[in-house]
Design a protein around this ligand. Structure first.
Ligand code: DX5
Ligand code: ZN
Length: 217
């Protein structure tokens, strides 16, 4: 029901040539760029922060989908807004007043996303769904790229679609983790429309072909 969006994850790019990598993603047909922010506390890995978002924002023109895997997203929010994020996604499992954080994101002029870890039930998102632009159903335990897709998340996507219809809402449904042409097809069938893909795009021999195969899956 919504257009398919392909969002390559910068985490899988060559960090020694970030500008060229983002340009390559754009020329290969990326719709959005997904930026994974990890604080070494909410997840067991450290990636990059607002300076990276700002560097990408200043050197390339693409929609920036910022995924905050941090314990205190409300505290860091203003820095990502200032850095040029278009959409900011926060986890329901993090330590914050979720409704308040989502409101602050939108008041700052950004789109707001809410993320659920694979083990978190759909019901945890329900109180906020009238106020989100995107629901992210993680298809791996967050923290690292290159992990295997968890098919057990598919029923959650179907629940999110049903709820959206029943309540006349319009949020995007995004999937993230282990997405390639095969798993994207399963997610699209369940009702997801935003496909985050790191390894299967940046590390593919032909990025344009990889993005096309996810788009057409
Ligand atoms: C996982 C991140 C993902 C990751 C996806 O914690 O949120 O965005 O970069 O990487 P792949 O596509 O390689 O699973
Ligand atoms: Zn992500």
């Amino acid at each position: 029901c919504r257009d398919r969006v392909i969002a390559p994850s910068l985490l899988a790019a060559d960090f020694s040539r970030v500008r060229e990598e983002v340009t390559r993603a754009i020329h290969s047909g990326a719709d959005w760029l997904h930026l994974d922010v990890m604080d070494g506390h909410f997840v067991d890995n450290i990636s990059f922060g607002p300076a990276m978002v700002q560097a990408v924002h200043e050197t390339n023109d693409i929609y920036l989908d910022v995924h905050l895997m941090v314990s205190r997203p409300d505290h860091y929010l203003p820095r990502f807004v200032a850095a040029g994020a278009d959409l900011i996604t926060v986890h329901v499992e993090a330590d914050h007043d979720v409704g308040c954080t989502l409101r602050k994101i939108q008041e700052a002029g950004c789109k707001a996303g809410l993320a659920l870890n694979p083990a978190t039930p759909f019901s945890e998102a329900i109180p906020y769904l009238a106020h989100v632009d995107l629901l992210l159903c993680m298809t791996v335990v967050p923290g690292f790229g290159g992990q295997a897709f968890m098919g057990e998340v598919l029923p959650k996507i179907e629940e999110a679609v049903r709820y959206r219809e029943e309540h006349s809402l319009s949020y995007h449904i995004e999937v993230d983790g282990g997405i390639d042409a095969l798993t994207a097809a399963r997610c699209a069938k369940a009702g997801a429309n935003v496909m985050v893909a790191g390894s299967s795009t940046f590390k593919a021999p032909d990025m344009a072909a990889a993005i096309k195969s996810i788009r057409e899956a």
